[in-house]
Design a protein around this ligand. Sequence first.
Ligand code: ADE
Ligand code: ZN
Ligand code: ZN
Length: 277
Amino acid sequence: MINKPSFFIPLIPQNTSMKKLTFVLIFLLISLQSTGSEKPDWGSTGHRVVGKIAESHLSKKAKNKIDKLLKGQGLAFASTFGDEIKSDPAYDKFYTWHFVNFPFDSKYEESKKDPKGDIVAGINYCIKVLKDEGSSEKDKVFYLKFLIHLVGDLHQPLHVGRAEDKGGNDIKVKWHYKNSNLHRVWDSEMINSWGMSYSELAENAKPLSKAQVQAIEKGNLIDWTYESQALAKMVYASAEMDEKLSYRYSYEHFEQVRTQLQKSGIRLAKILNEIFG
Ligand code: ADE
Ligand code: ZN
Ligand code: ZN
């Protein structure tokens, strides 16, 4: 029998099981398009900016040692490793290392810790492995790449956000008329909409005096965690559930994104100079 042409979707095969499969595939494509696949970090551009900026603040000695471990790969290239391994279930145990949630009116030190670890414990663990002369080369490479990634994450304010909304992932908003969420707006939407490459963003970072760099380097991991958390409060106040965000939001907040990326790069270099310098 000759198949009748499908009226609404002429390209759909006429065989029933093929039809079903095609509808399932179309449905999956539409739902991916509308919710966006979950990519819960700065996004590759943001992480690469951090890596590139850090590179320009490394001591010669640290740079040589890092070059050896990364086989000349560069920090921008290595910076996305922490997200790349997320697709492999073997690395599921590191999932909670990308963020920390503790109540805004409490101290990290006194808060209940996630037994699987958090971003502060994760960064400290990476540093410990890298400082330990007994660590294997393979471990050093793994935890160096992870460290480069995590110091970036720590400076995304919503990675120190509230547990209740998963650091803003549950605050659904529109970004230029498309479905998004507040976390993703800060991870990647503003950066991607700006349309500059990671190297352009790094090259165009604000010129800083030595004293300004030193002021950014001041403090420790916990201080920087509180700084991100204070920014997270501002970010939560900046948008409401279902709000339509676009150019105006970038005009008001992209400078803060750039500042966080720059601080993150400078502080990453400080940590690496202390380990390898
Ligand atoms: N990404 C996924 N879950 C998160 C959370 N609870 N806080 C911050 N970032 C997250
Ligand atoms: Zn994120
Ligand atoms: Zn991450």
